[in-house]
Write a protein that binds this ligand. Structure first.
Ligand code: ATP
Length: 636
């Protein structure tokens, strides 16, 4: 609060009240944010910018928020930026009159097209410069670019990009280009944007004067409410107007879970075995469910089944992938159900053998424009949670009630819609047996869930614990890693990559940090397929947001585009790798040993890779196990 009292946001306002706020305000703020890693400072910088917007033209706050989080629409709409380099380079040439070879050369040298754009524009002189870019204007242009479709769309997109670049001045072209690539990457986490939004609106409405010495407390409360509202209703189109209308007081009654807008799913933490579960949940009642190996499906059913949306783990609209599920759902609702949102796993199914099939089979299904008549892989939904029923949100109810609601609402049908198998017991032997049974049934193991807790959207919660058969080996879980570089193969592997440099993602610093080198366990076909999939993503320079060591430099670098699931032997502090650097050891990172590829995770984006915090959790829990094992050996 003290920071805000000093921060003279008014100095940022040098334009007329009611006028559209210039994009320069954001570009300058981005530049300052990129120079610091201190979260409080980042929030303070944003708060100043947002307050300046609120004091001038509050309508511009919503577009400013979208530009800060580098999106143009809510995730579930599927409207996204992500313009390719080739288009941007062409547009840059057109906008600046530079030739393609010189732009490409500059890009090869520094690896950041944003920097190239600023450089190219800085030497350009214009007779009659166009009017300055505005926040609202830039977002509108981004939305039009993202939505352009049809045969001429490439030219149209390029035309719109050229227009933006012609008008961009100073540092603006850099942020325009990086935003268009969907790689703004200034170290601005979405959580900081939410906190700044809450603080700015509060200060705008109530002033900065700390009349009763409790301003800091009120700001913190406002931030909590805004974060909660966004986790239940992840669309700024609803959140920002609701906040502007009446502040954060009773925000949750105006901005809450609604069918049609998917919440980010609740996720589970890893554990190392039944005894760890019993230790963690000494005083809590829990239940264990099969952890099916398929694809998460958050199913939204409206109008008694007339409208069905199916959303993926990442809030993508998967409805076109599952017309068979959509068609069957109406017949699987109990008569009293008008609307329901349930959480489930879609799993491939063999109707003849009446058996579930591995994830690999599910992944052979087409993703788009699926025709019901041509479907070869049947899918069964295993329902395990209820988020909403007949107009009422269930998110705040305990699992016991959510499960009862789920069981009251759906009609089970073998091979089409089934409830997840579960057991409620505290007996070690029973739990071990259930784990073995689950693996024999073709699942990944179990998820242990506390019965009294609520649904926590977008959280990797300690109220859900994963228990896989091979957890006993000590590592606890597989890792979802991003291939960041490739090493050329030798001998039999000439022509493909013989090994890959792997990284994890740290959302706090928005960086990819190396964790291991993967070089064994591939079949020949796999080596070819992986090389084919990665070759188009070779980049000349590592991205500025890659953290790696000069002691392990790959032959080529890749753009962070893919997620691979790997299994590893153990985790150790590493002088070479950078995963979770600074979190366990001040200068060293953590690495995993002997990684083996399990599968390519098409359902995850690189930012969903294993996080630095998860690596730390696994490292610590492995250390505990090692200590326990050592103590046991001593006793013997
Ligand atoms: P994983 O690689 O294990 O799928 P993840 O990060 O996608 O990791 P986790 O938190 O590890 O997700 O595990 C939760 C996932 O397990 C869910 O997203 C869901 O797809 C799947 N799942 C299968 N069965 C269940 C169940 N009974 N309850 C909850 N999730 C389940």
């Amino acid at each position: 609060a003290a920071k805000y009292a000093e921060a003279d946001f008014r100095k940022l306002i040098n334009w007329k009240e009611g006028a559209p706020v210039p994009y320069k305000l954001l570009a300058d703020t981005f530049e300052e944010i990129a120079e610091t890693t201190k979260r409080l400072e980042i929030v303070a910088l944003l708060v100043s910018a947002f307050r300046a917007i609120l004091a001038t033209n509050p309508k511009d706050l919503l577009p400013a928020i979208y530009l800060c989080v580098n999106r143009v629409a809510p995730a579930h709409t599927g409207i996204e930026l992500g313009i390719g380099e080739a288009t941007l380079i062409k547009a840059l040439c057109e906008a600046t009159g530079k030739n393609e070879a010189s732009i490409k050369k500059a890009y090869e040298t520094n690896g950041d097209l944003g920097v190239v754009a600023v450089g190219a524009k800085s030497t350009q002189r214009m007779m009659c410069p166009p009017p300055p870019l505005t926040i609202a204007g830039v977002l509108k242009a981004f939305q039009n670019i993202a939505q352009a479709s049809g045969s001429k769309s490439q030219d149209q997109k390029r035309g719109m990009i050229v227009k933006l670049l012609v008008a961009a001045k100073g540092n603006e072209p850099g942020y325009i280009v990086r935003s268009l690539q969907a790689k703004l990457r200034i170290g601005l986490a979405e959580q900081s944007v939410l906190v700044a939004l809450a603080h700015a609106v509060h200060l705008h409405r109530e002033g900065v004067k700390d009349r009763d010495g409790r301003l800091a407390e009120r700001l913190e409360a406002a931030a909590q409410v805004v974060k909660q509202a966004y986790s239940e209703c992840p669309t700024y189109d609803v959140l920002v107007p609701a906040l502007l209308e009446n502040g954060s007081t009773d925000l949750l009654s105006r901005c809450h879970f609604m069918p049609g807008v998917p919440v980010k799913p609740m996720l589970a933490k890893a554990t190392n075995g039944v005894s760890e579960v019993l230790e963690k949940f000494t005083d809590q009642e829990f239940t264990v469910e099969y952890k099916y190996d398929g694809e998460r499906a958050q199913v939204h059913v409206l109008d008694s089944g007339k409208t069905v949306h199916i959303f993926s783990r990442n809030a993508e609209n998967n409805t076109p992938k599952y017309p068979d599920i959509v068609a069957r759902l109406r017949g699987l609702l109990q008569p009293h159900v008008q609307s329901i949102v349930f959480d489930s796993e879609a799993v491939a199914y063999d109707p003849e053998k009446k058996k579930i099939l591995p994830f690999q089979v599910l992944s052979t299904r087409a993703r788009k424009d699926v025709n019901v008549g041509e479907i070869k892989v049947q899918v069964v939904l295993f329902a395990f949670d209820c988020l909403y029923l007949n107009g009422e949100s269930m998110l705040h109810k305990p699992l016991t009630e959510r499960r009862a609601a789920l069981y009251s609402a759906l009609i089970e049908k073998e091979g089409e819609l089934q409830y997840a198998s579960y057991k409620t017991s505290r007996n070690v032997e029973e739990l071990e047996n259930f784990l073995t049974e689950s693996v024999e049934a073709g699942t990944e193991g179990l998820i242990v869930k506390t019965l009294a807790d609520t649904y926590e959207p977008s959280k990797r919660s300690s109220h859900w614990l994963k228990l896989k058969k091979d957890y006993m080996e000590g590592v606890g879980d597989t890792f979802d890693v991003v291939p960041l570089g490739g090493f050329f193969g030798k001998g039999k592997r000439t022509g493909v990559f013989g090994a890959y440099l792997l990284g994890i993602y740290d959302p706090d610093t928005e960086s990819y940090q190396t964790i291991s080198k993967l070089g064994t366990g591939f079949s020949e076909e796999q080596l070819t397929a992986l090389a084919d999939s990665m070759r188009p993503h070779i980049i000349q320079q590592p991205r500025p947001y890659y953290k790696w060591s000069e002691n392990l430099v790959p032959d080529v670098w890749f753009d962070a585009v893919a997620v691979w699931e790997v299994k590893a032997a153990d985790l150790s502090i590493s002088p070479v790798h950078k995963a979770a650097v600074g979190l366990v050891d001040p200068s060293k990172g953590i690495s995993i040993r002997f990684p083996r590829l399990i599968r390519v995770r098409d359902d995850k984006s690189p930012e969903d890779a294993t996080s630095a915090a998860q690596v730390v959790d696994m490292y610590r829990s492995q250390a505990v196990i090692k200590q326990q094992q050592a103590a046991k050996q001593k006793e013997q």
